[in-house]
Design a binder for this molecule. Structure first.
Ligand code: SAM
Length: 285
């Protein structure tokens, strides 16, 4: 590497040279601390022949480290000013490809399949644009794509919800659904002063790895049930689940069968218990 992009002086220099400013509506907060980008890249890239899909390369701060560690990097960027900048900042790398497209509109399965067929392991790495963190992650979770891991930075409060354990204030339907689909592990916390411009909130990096899918679970139904049980946070399981079934007596019977006290609230019900409740409900249908 000639020199890191993720420093305050180099970032200012690149933005000035290309007459580019950070666009708020694209969630542009550029990383200016090399140790942070290096850790994200090292955590994301495995031992095998690997392609990293990056969402939002910006001016290349993280991309540069991904290019050092992965055999190939494909970055999806929405801002049409940036390919020109990246051509300059990443000129030393020949394993980098930029795709100028909104990540939410790409055919992710087709991209993954292309590289799997060429024998690559596929990982996702990003400092996510915060205004669309959840839609981006759900696009990846819902794709039937063979992705080995997803290592991404997001707003700390959002990370806390993805990672939340049962009986904590952050635990909600998003936590249950995410932890049903993935193993979630924390990589690092990141203070707001390592970004330019500085955001109002701290950040955190999480890593997601898909779990084996359970063929016996109709996921749409399971997710609807979980969401309904958190619909009104202060209400009991009996009330929320009863409303979902539109039958309180039936809800009471099913909760009892699943060994869940009807007076409990959704936030005290573990993923394993939600799965039992789903089984009981399905067997009754
Ligand atoms: N990776 C760079 C870094 O760490 O310095 C920039 C990260 S910045 C938080 C988010 C990046 O995502 C920006 O480059 C922004 O233009 C891009 N972006 C925003 N919305 C996008 C979308 N829908 N699809 C692809 N990229 C997007």
């Amino acid at each position: 590497m000639i020199k890191p992009i993720a420093t305050p002086s180099r970032t200012k220099e690149i933005l000035a040279k290309h007459d580019v400013f950070a666009k708020k509506n694209y969630g542009q907060n550029f990383l200016i601390e090399p140790s942070v980008v290096e850790k994200i890249a090292r955590s994301a890239i495995g031992e095998k022949k690997c392609v990293a899909f990056e969402i939002g390369p910006g001016i290349g701060a993280l991309t540069q480290y991904l290019c050092e560690y992965a055999q190939k990097v494909v970055s999806f960027e929405i801002d049409e000013r940036l390919p020109e900048v990246l051509k300059d900042t990443l000129q030393e790398y020949d394993n980098f490809e930029i795709v100028l497209q909104d990540f939410l509109t790409i055919d992710l399965n087709a991209w993954v399949e292309k590289y799997r067929q060429e024998g690559y392991e596929v990982v996702v790495a990003a400092n996510l644009p915060y205004y669309i963190t959840t839609p981006i992650l759900f696009k990846i979770f819902e794709a039937e794509a063979n992705i080995s891991s997803i290592t991404v930075m997001m707003q700390k409060e959002v990370a806390d919800r993805f990672y939340a354990k049962v009986n904590t204030k952050d635990y909600n339907a998003l936590s249950v659904i995410t932890q049903y689909r993935c193993e979630v592990s924390p990589v690092m916390k990141v203070p707001k002063n390592v970004f330019m411009p500085k955001p109002n909130v701290d950040s955190a990096v999480l890593q997601f790895r898909f779990k084996q899918r359970n063929e016996n679970i109709e996921e749409e139904v399971f997710f609807e049930m979980v969401k309904a049980c958190f619909k009104q946070r202060r209400k009991t399981m009996l009330n929320n689940f009863g409303e979902y079934l539109q039958d309180k007596a039936k809800a009471m019977a099913l909760l009892e069968q699943a060994n869940i006290d009807p007076k409990r609230r959704g936030e005290s019900v573990s993923l394993a218990e939600f799965l039992v409740l789903y089984e009981v409900m399905r067997n009754e249908a």
